[in-house]
Design a protein around this ligand. Sequence first.
Ligand SMILES: Cc1cc2nc3c(=O)[nH]c(=O)nc-3n(C[C@H](O)[C@H](O)[C@H](O)COP(=O)(O)OP(=O)(O)OC[C@H]3O[C@@H](n4cnc5c(N)ncnc54)[C@H](O)[C@@H]3O)c2cc1C
Ligand code: FES
Length: 280
Amino acid sequence: MTKTKNSKNHKEIYLPMQVRVLDVIDLTSDTKLYRLEKPKGFFYNPGQFLMASVWGAGEVPISVTSTSELHDDIELCVRKVGAVTSAIHELKPGDYIGIRGPLGNGFPPEEAYGKDILFVAGGIGIAPLRSLINFVMNQKKKFGKTALVYGSRNPAEVLFVPEIIKWKAEGMDAIVTVDVKNEECEYCTGIVTEHLTRQKISFKTGHSYICGPHVMIKSVMRDLSLMGMPPDNIITTMEAHMKCGVGKCGHCYADGKYICTNGPVFSYNEIKKYNFNNNP
Ligand SMILES: Cc1cc2nc3c(=O)[nH]c(=O)nc-3n(C[C@H](O)[C@H](O)[C@H](O)COP(=O)(O)OP(=O)(O)OC[C@H]3O[C@@H](n4cnc5c(N)ncnc54)[C@H](O)[C@@H]3O)c2cc1C
Ligand code: FES
């Protein structure tokens, strides 16, 4: 995977910067969007992440969901699953949160110039992809067709609905699919892999960007490869248990790679043999 240029915003790699929470928006029952003050000159690439910390609770890796070129703030979309994410969920506008980063390599969208793009997201996996999708939609003329397949457990858990409507209005072919739906709901049903072939993009030359649970990533990568997409064009971002986020502690080390520094973005070629059962 080509390394995107990492910004040198943060010289002290272990010391968090304290930034102000500007706004907190409830997206679903367990997921909130945080708008944070962006320090002067702070730049990040789609797919990079931050180590976000709350004093006394700990530090966790969270992808940046905003897009550097388009947003004056830094946006994080956080699902409450345990101790640290619960502490983040207690934060109110005006509070401070620690951030280290931006970390990791990020997506390589320039490799898809002139080509069709398929985004595939599952659950909270839409958060890192949103940064890339807005980056691509902002300079859509440089790319071919754009398509999205986004799966969620139920209609109430679908994130960023107004933006999905906007992306559709801008020409994206978007399919939202849920496991269970009520009668009035306009979404499709079924898992994302059931809807991949419905997208009318060139699979042989196109690029795909995938984020979601590991079981979904594994199936989508395999299916796209079988549909003829070159393994170097099938790109995902991986989750792993992390502590330092900068390639020092070894917590995220798997199959010869540090997910935090060699990734979290990898091509299918790079992780074909990865044991997806190793990590969350
Ligand atoms: C590069 C990267 C980007 C991420 N981006 C986001 C994001 O944008 N939004 C978001 O809500 N979450 C994101 N995560 C997942 C997030 O880091 C975890 O949910 C968080 O570390 C859980 O910490 P906790 O203390 O709240 O829960 P814990 O008490 O530590 O764990 C609660 C549950 O979450 C699982 N878990 C713990 N750490 C991780 C992890 N790193 N990945 C997946 N599951 C984990 C545990 O196995 C356990 O089942 C990202 C993870 C990585 C590695
Ligand atoms: S989290 Fe420490 S090496 Fe990756």
